[in-house]
Design a protein around this ligand. Structure first.
Ligand SMILES: O=C(O)CCC(=O)C(=O)O
Ligand SMILES: [Fe+2]
Length: 293
């Protein structure tokens, strides 16, 4: 089974339909030339300054990983808000309303979504294949998935992705497997893409970074959309300066987790009122939380 490619003129419903069937899809021309150039200019020099990881098992000793992307480039915001991924994620994750009783009132609620992490991933020559895994493992999700997925991952190619330079390897259809079946490298296909294309996959789809046997690095940006009642994998409150968060639109502030969900997850109390943390962002006297220096 191969990875289906869709043009950037596809509707979120068309993209979601392929993802539901195959667990993965590639969108050609996902990022505009301006966003792609901006990301390359802002992130590639930063990647030059950081060392590769020190975890030989999963993160890779010849792989550089740069997170806190919203603190580092506004072009990452354009990626997060691209309707091709954002609206598709909403269609897949915000389903199956849950009914619950509060006394004699029955209330129905659907989950909201948020950005769970941001990471530029640069795989250098000599890096072996990453262990095949499901990204929803961080949330201890069970399979086959009951009702709804926990997350949708997005990988935007900043360089070409080829079989030789470590294109992400995916097992289409594996989102339907149970937790006993082991994923095998010979069941994977490489997600070959041009710079600016994007790969989207369900949290339950097996995949992993590919082995880089070429002579240059492969760079992509990973940015999962997750159910907002789960804890963010990357702590956005400690990663993005408050002044920067204040400058974002309310829609984006909510996507970053500065929202009180419909079921009160993430509330704060101010003067005895149980409110949305968005209220805090509007207060002049709220200056900062302890950020990563
Ligand atoms: O770099 C890649 O192609 C995939 C990385 C990945 O799946 C991960 O780090 O969870
Ligand atoms: Fe992954």
């Amino acid at each position: 089974m191969s990875i289906r490619k869709l043009p950037n003129t596809s509707s979120p419903e068309e993209i979601a339909a392929v993802m539901r069937a195959d667990g993965v899809v590639c969108i050609e021309g996902f990022a505009s030339p301006e966003t792609l150039n901006g990301l390359q200019q802002d992130l590639l020099p930063l990647l030059e300054q950081i060392p590769a990881g020190d975890d030989p098992f999963f993160h890779g000793e010849k792989t550089r990983r740069l997170s806190r992307l919203f603190a580092r480039t506004d072009h990452a915001v354009s990626i997060a808000l691209n309707p091709l991924s954002l609206e598709t994620a909403r269609k897949i994750l915000q389903v199956e309303p849950v009914k619950m009783w509060f006394g004699d009132q029955q209330i129905e609620s659907k989950p909201d979504i948020q950005i769970g992490a941001t990471q530029a991933i640069q795989i250098w020559p000599g890096q072996g294949g990453q262990p095949l895994h499901r990204d929803d493992a961080v949330y201890l999700w069970r399979h086959p998935t009951y009702e709804r997925e926990a997350r949708i991952n997005l990988m935007v190619a900043l360089t070409e992705f080829t079989q030789e330079n470590g294109a992400t390897r995916v097992i289409p259809g594996s989102h339907k497997w149970d937790d006993e079946r082991m994923p095998k490298p010979d069941e994977t296909v490489p997600a070959e893409m041009s710079a600016g294309d994007a790969l989207m996959w369900l949290g339950s789809t097996y995949h992993g970074g590919g082995e880089n046997t070429s002579n240059g690095p492969r760079t992509g940006i990973s940015m999962p959309y997750d159910l907002s009642y789960l804890r963010q994998e990357e702590n956005q409150y400690l990663s993005v300066p408050i002044e920067k968060v204040r400058g974002f639109t309310e829609e984006f502030q909510r996507l970053l987790g500065w929202a009180r969900g419909e079921t009160y997850v993430g509330f704060i109390e101010i003067d005895g009122r149980i409110v949305d943390p968005l209220e805090l962002l509007k207060r002049e006297d709220f200056k900062e939380v302890g950020l990563i220096p």
